[in-house]
Design a protein around this ligand. Structure first.
Ligand SMILES: Cc1ncc(COP(=O)(O)O)c(C=O)c1O
Length: 372
């Protein structure tokens, strides 16, 4: 897909990319200024592996204020993006043959990381009918004697699914009956929740389970800082120490300048987030209405993040599979990602991290491309 998109662009074709996984907003100015100041003030040397003391304090502030998770700084660490935190957690704990339950459609890196760590991926399939959310019962039916982790992502990529507090309490009940299972709660999209309800997360809702929950967050999506590569984790101290050990031998501390920028992001003003959220919500409404108006396509309303998982099952007779459908859309000037890339099927993911005009033009092209 990427090769073909590059080739088409090289031929002078105008391709709209709705495949990106990052906000299209500029990084807030106060964050950029903090990064500049760090450079000028010589914060250009090694830092403690899991982050400076200031960085850990800012991360603990973020977990308490934004996610409701009260943790001492000894239970937080910083890594090069949320991705590295997930990688470290799996590598530090998963043994050959242990099982990790991964709800599908999933974020592409989850199964790759689990397999790299030697674990087996147990897919927990969800569907549009349930808003791409699994129930407590669905989870319990997948837990076996070798289950080590559940990967939980809310708001989710690629579906935008958000788990409510009640759903998480039900999941908590299942976990109490299965004391061996740990949970990695990936809350990286937490501020981008359009339900109007406050963000709900397992470690805050079920404090008795917090000693087996690792919560991963960061600044990449919330503060448009994907290039800075800063992720933060909160969890049991033994796990945080193990992850730090691994990080010390793999990559060392995360970039010192990026840490200073992330401190500014967490400690500085957060009011811009309400505007970003509202902009994303309006774009979401535009895309959902536009997609559902195209014959053969449908999508439930994503409640968070900036993705929409589109079902195109009625078009599969015509196109064969979702990769061929995505290539067809590319030939008509829109790049999307086929659902099969996320462990789903017969559809594609649209990212609405693009301006209104761009989204409207993309919807027009998709409609034309799929006209009978
Ligand atoms: C669900 C999910 N988790 C984690 C990440 C990783 O974020 P970071 O850029 O901070 O590594 C992403 C990025 O796309 C994501 O979609």
């Amino acid at each position: 897909m990427t090769d073909r998109a590059t080739q088409l662009r090289g031929e002078g074709r105008d391709i709209i990319s709705l495949s990106v996984g990052e906000p299209d907003f500029a990084t807030p100015t106060h964050v950029v200024e903090a990064a500049k100041a760090a450079l000028v003030n010589g914060l250009t040397k090694y830092t403690p592996v899991g982050g400076t003391a200031r960085m850990k304090e800012a991360a603990a502030l973020h977990f308490a204020r934004d996610l409701g998770i009260e943790v001492p700084t000894s239970q937080v660490m910083t890594s090069a993006g949320g991705k590295q935190a997930i990688f470290l957690a799996m590598l530090a704990t998963v043994s050959e043959g242990e099982e990790v339950i991964v709800p599908a459609p999933w974020w592409v890196s989850y199964p790759e990381i689990v397999r790299f760590a030697g674990g087996s991926v147990v897919p927990l399939q969800t569907s549009a009918a349930s808003g791409f959310r699994f129930s407590a019962g669905d989870l319990e039916s997948q837990i076996g004697p070798r289950t080590q982790w559940l990967l939980l992502n809310s708001p989710g990529n690629p579906t935008g699914a958000v788990y409510s507090g009640d759903m998480l309490l039900g999941i908590g009940e299942v976990l109490r009956r299965n004391p061996r299972v740990m949970v990695l709660s990936d809350d990286i999209y937490a501020p981008l929740n359009y339900t109007g309800a406050p963000h709900a997360t397992l470690a805050a809702l079920c404090p008795d389970l917090a000693d087996r929950v690792l919560t991963v967050s960061g600044v990449s999506k919330s503060h448009a800082m994907t290039g800075f590569r800063i992720g933060v984790s909160a969890g049991p101290e033994w796990l945080i120490r193990a992850m730090e050990k691994l990080q010390s031998h793999a990559s060392g501390n995360p970039c010192s300048i990026s840490q200073a920028a992330a401190v500014a992001a967490f400690e500085g003003p957060q009011d811009f987030l309400a505007d970003w959220r509202e902009t994303f919500r309006q774009r979401r409404d535009l895309v959902v209405a536009g997609i559902n108006a195209i014959t053969g396509l449908s999508t439930p309303e994503p409640e968070g993040a900036f993705y929409c998982m589109v079902d195109a099952a009625p078009l599969m007779d015509r196109f064969g599979d979702d990769a061929k459908l995505a290539l067809h859309l590319l030939e008509h000037g829109v790049a999307v990602v086929p659902a099969s890339a996320f462990g789903g099927r017969d559809g594609f993911r649209i990212s609405f991290a693009a301006g209104r005009e761009t989204l409207m033009e993309a919807l027009r092209r998709i409609g034309d491309a799929l006209a009978p």
